[in-house]
Design a protein around this ligand. Sequence first.
Ligand SMILES: C[S@@+](CC[C@H](N)C(=O)[O-])C[C@H]1O[C@@H](n2cnc3c(N)ncnc32)[C@H](O)[C@@H]1O
Length: 259
Amino acid sequence: MQASLPPYHAKLAVLYQGYGELSIAQQLAEKLNIPLYTSIDNKTTEDFFLSYREGCLKLLDKGQLKKGGLVVNIKPRSGEQLSYPAPKQGALAKALGRKTKTVIDATTGWGQDALFIFRMGYQLQCIERSPVMAVLLEDAFLRLRQCEWMQKLHLKSPLLKQGNAINLLSQLNTAPDCIYLDPMFPPKRKKSALAKKPMQVLQQLLGHDEDKEQLFIAAMTATVKRVVVKSPDYAEPLGGKPDESFKGKLLRYDVYLKH
Ligand SMILES: C[S@@+](CC[C@H](N)C(=O)[O-])C[C@H]1O[C@@H](n2cnc3c(N)ncnc32)[C@H](O)[C@@H]1O
């Protein structure tokens, strides 16, 4: 029986442009089972490229080849504090719960929520289904580990598991206090201007997450105390009426408590 092709098949290649060692780019192409190019031209059919540039692994789309590309940013987003542990304030911290210590982010994606949760001092583990996003996250967590403030505080980057959280959550040795979910919801309108570039690229490369409901059930089964679901403000709550809900800008954090 033929193994099913990953969603990024024929859309993605590795592009080596002289940064670092060629063998590392080769290993990356082999790991993801995608072509390796040293240059591209009009005949190149792929739309996305993974490329090491300026000390990090970047995801570029064809139109962006000369620009910066997308990278898992390890610096705080605007409004988030750099200090460690940052104060547990705001809608996300309220949703995670005052007594929560351990969190699994089961849909890590670009890692922005995960890194915020980590900087607030929660003990965090990460899961990401897409092997493409996982290599971008691994690169980011390596850069994070090398940050001066991380080394001074003897902190380790969060543990990242690549695979489907529906399976991985059923195999945990220790259940976390909270499981955080932020799956991809279809946009409100077809040509929605709401999704930011990194999320648009993710949707083009990976499609929407069609198994959100199963993921929610797996998370409720695996957590000790609560599941937090981030959703766009227009979306129906994933697990029915939540126990609590905290509003952010154009989004909600729905909290489901384990009774
Ligand atoms: C909207 S993005 C998450 C964005 C993330 N919260 C951030 O701050 O960057 C959703 C991610 O969840 C991942 N995902 C969805 N369902 C999953 C599952 N069942 N297991 C593991 N990862 C999953 C997708 O591959 C995608 O990368």
